[in-house]
Design a protein around this ligand. Sequence first.
Ligand code: IPM
Ligand code: MG
Length: 367
Amino acid sequence: MVATKNILTLPGDGIGPEVMGEVRRVMAWMEQAGVVSFEIEEDLIGGCSIDAYGEPLRSETIEKAKRADAVLLGAVGGPKWDDVDFEIRPEAGLLAIRKELGLFANLRPAIVFDALADASSLKHEVVSGLDILIVRELTGGIYFGEPRGVEDMPGGGKRGFNTLLYTTPEVDRIARVGFELALKRDKRLCSIDKANVLESTRMWREEVVRVARDYPDVDLSHMLVDNAAMQLVRAPKQFDVIVTTNMFGDILSDAASMATGSLGMLPSASLGALDAEGNRNALYEPVHGTAPDIAGQGKANPLAMLLSLAMMLRYSFDMGEDADRLEKAVENVLNSGLRTGDIMSDVGKLVGTVDMGDAVIAELSRM
Ligand code: IPM
Ligand code: MG
């Protein structure tokens, strides 16, 4: 008897349901192959939840997410909800599930598959063989700091404000995630901040230096975020693991994605703290958004979502071999020349979402 894993799927908006469809088919294949058994519940988040219930994330959905062994999420948002109240916009649902589940550690690997080195907007030699990991703090910083808001000024006009706030425990725990992951890789950690301007990130740097004493085998460096943005497109291979704040991580991970050929290739894992039994809340989602321009047309690239499933197998279920196999299947499919529109270059055969899913499943069956 294989163990049953309880999964909550939240397909969301735009291309979310389409890419989630391919994940569901791969999960069904895994069950058939006798690898694992999934108990899957599905619910709404984002715009579709606003349409159905008037809010982007219901408290009962949060409870389901807490009870699940892992959550798989597609994407949220779209122009349809541009005019809803700021408090109930689709993105508020995503931020709320991250916060409510305590998912403070967001792992965003940027790996260049050999077959895609030419699909990048950067030169082949700059990106080929790239394998970096961005560790983004996900439940603090300017995304959540108080006070925040927009106020009318006495003489007319408005003032809008947000607060970039970090505490010692928040920096400590995300820094440790960065150091631990670096230990399993090339043992290099670069902490990215804006310590020359922002006091809170100066303190971030000091705390990271303090934590580094517990990790003498890791080579720690620091970089200012503007320089880091430049270095990521100039020479991304200089990095191994990057650890950074919520907002800097948001921006730098989109930049890093272009090295891989497309935002459609980047998976992510968002992890909470381990409890006494060694369990933790976890959510897996592609870094790409809802791509409203191609939603519903069967054109979306499902690979970032499938690679997010691989991260779930690895980080939530200790199924490293199965994760490797799925990643290898994706690589083989890319080597065979199949491409969705976002990763299409001169070579390759253009296929849609379902064809890409079919090809990955066929490859898994062959392996
Ligand atoms: C991401 C996204 C989200 C973020 C948005 C949709 C709220 O850009 O996951 O990178 O800013 O965190
Ligand atoms: Mg983003």
